[in-house]
Write a protein that binds this ligand. Structure first.
Ligand code: SF4
Length: 362
């Protein structure tokens, strides 16, 4: 095949405006009006794309034939990532490796437990923030995922679950945006996606079942406090001094602890809500009793629940996992001060699906 021909195909494939999974309801309303169709068609189209998860325009039989023909004539299509590989951990966690039209690869992870089935989604292909404990950070900036690619991860995972992939689980119950990338650096698409995700006529997940995790992009924490629509906020904190945090998470140079903590203090929370604080425990770096005591002080007066996650070493990392006694002592100091602190052992480490292990390699 000639070069120009290949080029044409790849342009077609990444023309996001033609991918119907890149539209919110409001955007469908504008599109439908712009092609001279009746406004109620927008809601029908939206329902077919997200709630009924159509894979082709021909399937949307409720739409008039003329509208279907028009959409096809205008080269609209329903985009989807390709499932390249699925890896099941001995603890039941399943990692999905997905391919995007521009040959970029991303991962999402299904994490079953007794009552819940959580899907951990990626927000970017790669990440520019270079956190020292995270393998995704070694990939470099990559690019933002589109609404279609965010929704596509959910739809592929959901289809596999409906087909019986994980025994005892018939549906995805919870969503966490803690996979590859920093969601708040892809704020616009992530918020459009959350709108579709939590809409009954969209993907239909209750907003309270959704958590978005940030490394601490302070201005966006404030915006999320106004825009979240019921989804929860998690913050990856991981240190109690600027020196250690800047080493582990260079973003701390831009948004140091005093600014981050002030943003959390000002974050609007309803009665039973709390901010999740993620704290990856790393041997001799941030796991001492002094660190635990500083953490108590730092978070004093803020409604938080703290997840303590012993570090998962990955190939090439110089960081180590703390021993069990250290983890226990750290947690006890927090509990003694009446903080909610839960130890979370990251799941799926044997298939590279654990926290900080996603690298788009399968
Ligand atoms: S922990 Fe999150 S923000 Fe940090 S490098 Fe990894 S993906 Fe990026």
């Amino acid at each position: 095949m000639s070069g120009p021909f290949l080029f044409k195909i790849s342009l077609m494939k990444i023309n996001n405006k033609k991918d119907l999974r890149n539209y919110t309801l409001e955007e469908f309303q504008k599109l439908i009006t712009s092609i001279g169709q009746k406004p109620f068609r927008a809601k029908q189209l939206y329902g077919w794309v997200y709630k009924r998860r159509a894979v082709s325009i021909d399937e949307m039989t409720e739409l008039s034939l003329s509208l279907r023909e028009r959409l096809k004539e205008d080269s609209f299509f329903i985009g989807s990532p390709k499932l390249l590989k699925q890896l099941t951990s001995k603890d039941g966690t399943v990692k999905l490796l997905l391919g995007l039209p521009d040959d970029v690869r991303i991962e999402c992870v299904l994490i079953p437990d007794e009552k819940r089935l959580t899907l951990c989604l990626s927000s970017q292909a790669g990440c520019s923030l270079e956190c020292e404990f995270c393998m995704t950070g070694t990939m470099g900036a990559g690019r933002n995922l589109t609404l279609s690619e965010l929704a596509g991860q959910f739809i592929i995972a959901n289809d596999l679950i409906e087909d019986g992939l994980i025994e005892g689980h018939k549906r995805i119950s919870n969503i966490v945006m803690m996979g590859m990338g920093e969601p708040f650096l892809n704020y616009n698409n992530v918020m459009r996606f959350l709108g579709v995700l939590t809409d009954d006529n969209g993907l239909g997940i209750g907003p309270r079942k959704v958590t978005v995790s940030t490394s601490g992009i302070v201005p966006k924490i404030k915006m999320f406090g106004e825009d979240h629509g019921g989804a929860s906020l998690a913050v990856s904190l991981n240190a109690t001094t600027d020196e250690v945090r800047s080493r582990l998470m260079p973003i701390n140079d831009k948004y140091p602890l005093n600014k981050l903590i002030a943003a959390l203090r000002a974050y609007p929370l309803k009665k039973r809500e709390a901010i999740t604080i993620e704290y990856v425990l790393i041997k001799d770096v941030n796991d001492t009793p002094d660190d635990a005591r500083r953490l108590v002080k730092l978070l004093g007066g803020i409604k938080v629940k703290i997840n303590l996650i012993p570090f998962n070493p990955y190939p090439g990392s110089v960081l180590k996992r703390p021993d069990e006694r250290r983890v226990f002592t750290f947690q006890k100091i927090l509990l003694d001060k009446k903080l909610v602190a839960v130890r979370r052992d990251s799941r799926g480490a044997d298939v590279g699906a654990a926290c900080g292990q996603l690298k788009g390699e399968g």
